[in-house]
Design a protein around this ligand. Structure first.
Ligand SMILES: NC(=O)CC[C@H](N)C(=O)O
Length: 221
């Protein structure tokens, strides 16, 4: 698999994500600095990592969404290349308009850093097809802006089109309808607040994130 991991000033999960991709998908990803304006056109995955791009100033992800590399990401997403945004990556993808809605400050106003329960909703996307419908998993979260919001029509549309990828089993951060991750209309762009790359081996305390990367491998097989 040929994958690229984007790196912004303030990204801090880029290495963990690269390690997970190499371990599960077998090849070291390209690390792409945000100032690049082109991406190879034979990528199988563009991964947007977590962290605090630009110190979360203005709004989390807002400045990164306007960086030089993003027009190339948008072009490839439109061509159907899988794009996975984790945590700050999810915030960047909503700010770039690749995913609907926004991530607001957590309802409790504090940073939340712990494992949370989740339920898999969509099992047809390239990221989720190895999970079972309504499967309960645990993944870590670490964010202060994870409170997913969108207007009622958008939330209804996400549900009608099976684009809620996963939900929290408890309302962790105030997210509308407990939404933890959403897909774009085509299903090739996923953003989620929990960190699958931090739960891929026994030393992490579990492997519930493993299938998110393994699913991508199955798509290619
Ligand atoms: N782990 C992360 O990616 C953090 C995301 C973001 N900076 C927040 O705190 O909301």
């Amino acid at each position: 698999m040929k994958a690229a991991v984007l790196v912004f000033p303030g990204s801090n999960c880029d290495r963990d994500l690269a390690v997970a991709i190499e371990k599960i998908c077998g090849t070291k990803p390209l690390m792409v600095w945000h100032q690049e304006s082109e991406l190879p056109d034979d990528l199988d995955l563009i991964a947007v990592p977590g962290g605090f791009s630009y110190g979360d100033y203005l709004r989390s992800g807002a400045m990164a969404a306007r960086s030089a590399v993003m027009p190339a990401v948008i072009k490839q997403a439109e061509r159907g290349v899988p794009v996975l945004g984790i945590c700050n990556g999810f915030q960047i993808l909503t700010e770039a308009g690749l995913l609907p809605g926004a991530l607001m400050r957590n309802a409790g106003l504090s940073f939340i850093c712990r494992n949370v329960g989740l339920e898999i909703q969509n099992t047809t996307s390239p990221f989720t097809r190895l999970y079972k419908k309504n499967q309960k998993i645990h993944l870590p979260v670490a964010h202060h802006d994870g409170n997913y919001t969108a207007d009622k029509a958008t939330l209804d549309q996400l549900e009608d089109e099976d684009r809620v990828a996963l939900r929290y089993t408890e309302n962790v951060n105030g997210s509308a309808r407990n939404i933890a991750g959403v897909l774009n209309k085509k299903g090739n762009v996923l953003g989620l607040m929990p960190h699958p790359e931090r739960m891929i081996e026994d030393a992490h305390g579990g492997k519930d994130g493993y299938n998110m990367f393994a699913s991508l491998m199955q798509v290619m097989a």
